[in-house]
Design a protein around this ligand. Structure first.
Ligand SMILES: Nc1nc2c(c(=O)[nH]1)N[C@H]1C(S)=C(S)[C@@H](COP(=O)(O)OP(=O)(O)OC[C@H]3O[C@@H](n4cnc5c(=O)[nH]c(N)nc54)[C@H](O)[C@@H]3O)O[C@H]1N2
Ligand SMILES: Nc1nc2c(c(=O)[nH]1)N[C@H]1C(S)=C(S)[C@@H](COP(=O)(O)OP(=O)(O)OC[C@H]3O[C@@H](n4cnc5c(=O)[nH]c(N)nc54)[C@H](O)[C@@H]3O)O[C@H]1N2
Ligand code: SF4
Ligand SMILES: [Mo]
Length: 685
């Protein structure tokens, strides 16, 4: 049989749609959606429909590469593996365990992320393991864990059909989570739900919104405190819920006393009257908070997230269908990469490395001694550690920080200085250019494994075609590295890795490839502690929070590290994000003709008022500068952004937005402030 259909999960966003790859003679001929899948429901977005194209792109890495005299040459697996293992071990032995650092990948499977964290911890005895969740929802993972005891999206995508009000803030849902966005639009059109958008930009959903409040970037704590101020003043708080299921309410109440709508207007520029009306609407309805990067990517990211939690608890909009605090997780497997422990402070299942009993459990299971107890470095603290000679070898699997990390010039200095860099990718990325050794991994279509979607749904990916050239599945490469280090990673297939994860992480306890649900392709939602457990649709049921009682925090507004407001030299505020057609650093979508055609170059959205003020012509190339660098981008003059604010996607390596962005970090989550920095446009004087 030369033609087959293979059911698998989309490589792009956290919606977790499933589709069939139509394969003939080992080539992907097409993609078509699963009709019965609870999210896809016969639909896909434009990226899903085109997800097969990059797999056969001629740029795919086919062999290991070793750099010699500044040039890459092809090498055998044996030679490349021996070199990498020799260098990593030499570094560790000479400079200590924490001189080696690893980045996992939210594009790779759960099994692969489990293996890279096991490699870091069991073989190299370091907790220096992290991945792009740091740049993304680190504030969510930390913030919701503090408030509720679990850092995941509280409800499920099906819950969007039960809500009466969507409060959408900092999520461009229709473009970035299209199958959730289309579900919302359907409900809004059918008048099953209302929506309020609180976003400095006009997004597609504002067309359906009762209110669109346009805050100044980085002022989210202030407007959320304002909403809570009004709710309490009007006596609309849920007294029973607060009494029975929460603690520390008095602190919250005291803190928000001064956040009158008029005071909040001064900080946020949201009209006081509109804020009052939205507060009444949110409190009166079965309301769902939906957020993403607009809330998390700030120096106050954890504060923003805890404010969302405060608001939901204050009104009892949590622990029920159609409510909750719903961070939309971005990458196909960023939820899973966190779940399986590709983080510097926890093993799989969020079990703390600082807990001795937990460490003993892993030492016993992994048959090792001396697992490290200190919390490791993050993606965002590794560059400084390299510059300070603390980290001497870095292993990057499936990330492209040269385009995705903030303040590129700073990272560039670190990568140039790093004595040994390994990159494992499917393309020769901007980051791979700096590597000493490059390993060719295989794409999602060429391997087995699982991804976990934003709604905690663990889903299968299935091998549809043979690996290209001499590329190997990432899990296999990691096993071979461990083996070469003298520690046997004894897995015949990813299925056996999942069995080990299920044993080690109670939340994944009942998940195996063989379970009927997994076979059918619907996946299972964790917590799923036992083989007969059906999985969990929503967390904190009936106000029974994972941590016991929900914890209120009194949170004061703190301004962003840098803004264009009142800034003489850099008077505009830049916020960065995404477009519908591209994926992050464009390694995949830049190699997909339909997507590349739509958005072929970088652009900057600028309000007509500012265009006039700074003499910018529509469609012209303009210079944009911050304290950290300058780039050029095409001016897209539009009222999508409000005056004083400009927006740019970060997809383009040439004219990269991250040359401009600020690498100031949230003190708890260590996430950078991608959503606010100060810029100017035009030539330097
Ligand atoms: N097409 C496509 N889809 C993607 C991705 C992609 O690269 N391309 N990436 C995926 C990933 S990993 C992620 S994390 C998600 C991200 O998904 P989103 O967070 O939805 O995407 P962003 O464009 O980063 O920003 C979201 C919104 O935040 C708003 N915003 C800007 N500043 C502020 C602020 O100060 N406060 C508030 N409240 N809002 C603000 C922006 O105007 C924008 O509408 O998308 C995922 N989906
Ligand atoms: N200015 C600005 N910067 C941002 C953001 C922002 O909003 N503004 N958002 C941040 C966020 S939320 C995120 S999540 C990050 C994303 O940052 P990154 O994770 O660095 O971005 P990607 O382009 O998704 O990189 C994934 C890499 O994995 C590779 N890959 C794909 N499949 C496989 C595979 O199966 N195996 C291997 N080994 N490799 C594979 C791809 O080729 C690509 O190089 O960017 C962050 N950067
Ligand atoms: S909505 Fe997300 S998961 Fe679904 S097809 Fe589009 S990119 Fe893939
Ligand atoms: Mo992300």
């Amino acid at each position: 049989m030369t033609r087959k259909k293979v059911l698998t999960t989309c490589i792009y966003c956290g919606c977790g749609c499933q589709f069939y790859l139509d394969v003939e003679k080992n080539k992907i001929k097409g993609v078509f959606p699963s009709q019965n899948h609870p999210v896809s429901q016969s639909a896909l977005c434009v990226k899903g429909w085109n997800a097969g194209e990059f797999v056969n792109h001629p740029d795919r890495l086919t062999d290991p590469l070793i750099k010699e005299n500044g040039m890459f040459r092809k090498a055998s697996w044996d030679e490349a593996l021996n070199l990498v293992v020799k260098k990593l071990i030499e570094t560790r032995d000479k400079y200590g365990n924490d001189s080696v650092a690893f980045f996992g990948s939210a594009k790779c499977t759960n099994e692969e992320n489990y293996l890279i964290m096991k490699l870091a911890r069991a073989v190299f005895k370091t907790n220096n393991i992290d991945h792009c969740a740091r740049l993304c929802h680190a504030s969510t993972v930390a913030g919701l864990a503090l408030s509720f005891g679990s850092g995941a999206m509280t409800n499920s995508i099906s819950c969007f059909d039960e809500a009466e009000l969507y409060l959408i803030t900092g999520s461009n849902t229709t473009e970035q989570h299209p199958l959730i966005g289309s579900r919302m639009i359907k409900n809004l059109r059918e008048k099953k739900a209302d929506c309020v958008v609180i976003d400095p930009r006009k997004i597609k959903l504002t067309k359906f919104a009762k209110y669109h409040l346009k805050q100044n970037c980085g002022t989210d704590v202030a407007w959320m405190n304002g909403l809570m101020h009004v709710i309490i003043k009007e006596g609309l708080e849920n007294k029973d819920f607060i009494r029975d299921h929460t603690e520390n309410y008095e602190e919250l109440k005291k803190t928000i006393e001064k956040y009158t709508p008029e005071y909040v207007e001064k900080i946020t520029s949201i009209p006081a009257q509109q804020l009052k009306e939205v507060a009444l609407l949110y409190a009166a309805k079965k309301s769902m908070i939906i957020y993403s990067m607009g809330i998390t990517q700030h120096t106050t990211g954890v504060d923003n997230v805890r404010s969302c939690a405060n608001l939901a608890m204050l009104t009892g909009n949590i622990g029920k269908v159609g409510t909750g605090v719903n961070p939309l997780r971005g990458q196909n497997n960023v939820q899973g990469s966190c779940d399986v422990g590709a983080l510097p402070n926890v093993y799989c299942g969020y079990q703390a490395v600082t807990n001795e009993a937990i460490r003993e459990k892993f030492e016993k299971a992994w048959k090792v001694k001396g697992l490290p107890a200190n919390i490791g470095l993050t993606v965002t603290t590794v560059p400084d550690a390299i510059l300070q000679d603390k980290v001497k070898a870095l292993y990057v699997m499936g990330e492209n920080p040269m385009v995705s990390d903030p303040n590129t010039s700073h990272l560039e200095k670190a990568l140039l200085k790093c004595p040994f860099l390994v990159v494992q990718d499917i393309f020769l990325t901007e980051t791979a250019q700096y590597a000493n050794v490059v390993f060719p991994g295989t794409s999602f279509a060429e391997k087995d494994g699982t991804f976990t979607s934003t709604e905690r749904r663990v889903e299968r990916i299935r091998k549809a075609v043979e690996p290209i050239g001499n590329a190997k599945p990432d899990w296999k490469i990691l096993c071979e590295i461990a083996d070469h280090c003298g520690y046997k990673f004894d897995y015949a297939s990813p299925k056996e890795v999942m069995d080990e994860m299920a044993q080690m992480a109670p939340i994944y306890g009942g998940i195996t490839y063989d379970r009927k649900e997994m076979e059918k392709g619907f996946g299972l939602q964790w917590p799923c502690p036992t083989k007969d457990h059906p999985g969990t649709t929503f967390l904190h049921k009936d106000g029974n929070f994972t941590r016991g009682k929900g914890l209120f925090f009194g949170i004061e507004y703190k301004p962003p590290a840098e803004t264009g407001l009142d800034n003489k030299d850099y008077p505009l505020t830049l916020t960065t994000g995404r477009s519908y057609f591209h994926w992050h650093t464009r390694t995949l979508t830049g190699r997909t003709s339909t997507l590349e055609r739509e958005v072929p170059e970088n652009y900057i959205e600028i309000n007509p008022e500012d265009a006039k003020k700074y003499k910018v012509r529509k469609g012209s190339m303009i210079k944009v500068s911050s304290l950290r660098g300058s780039i050029e981008a095409r001016a897209l003059v539009s009222d999508i952004v409000k005056p004083g604010t400009v927006f740019m996607p970060f997809h383009f390596a040439i004219s990269a937005a991250n040359r401009l962005t600020n690498d100031a970090l949230d003190p708890i989550a260590k996430i950078p402030e991608y959503k606010v920095c100060a810029v100017k446009i035009g030539e330097d004087k």
